[in-house]
Design a protein. Sequence first.
Length: 209
Amino acid sequence: MGTVYSLKVESLGKHYASTLLFKNISFSLSCGDVLAITGWNGSGKSTLVRIIAGLTSASTGQVSLTTNNTPIPKTDRRRYIGLVAPAISLYDELTGLENLAFFCKVRGILRDRPGHLAMLAKAGLTGQADKPCREYSSGMKQRLKLAQARVHAPPLLLLDEPGANLDSKGFKIVERIVREQRGSGMTIIASNDGREVAYADRTINLSRD
């Protein structure tokens, strides 16, 4: 039997001083699940994603990522998570291939040039590998972010506005990524775009009346 990963979010809440973003958020995911998080701007979609990724602390509740029912320590959680978010930066002075190689090195992944080129091809960046990222369009940079989030085949993929700056061909890439992730792990999509929300099996709406 292979490794079984699961995610459990229990009574999660976040507030800043007297400002409440959300409270009592609970759900669980297992391999093959896709969850969409929706809500008006400022409702806390990105913050919830960052909490799950271990980049921001919750005010209440807890997040548990497990492997074969054994909790993964919070300090190790990033090894099991791939994240695409507007706040993620690329290195403009490096080429697309060099950016990807850097992200692999940070994660301790050994991959040769053909391997990097194959990942860039999946992101629709064939022919752009040796171009500096400062010459990339916003859509090309988003495609590169999608590629780097999957260099380590993460069991949990967090996509915050994954279709940002993408054209119709780019959305097809997002759709394919979500479909492929179903076969190996879990996906959370934070978005108000109906096309992206439609990829999910379940939806959590953070908007409050």
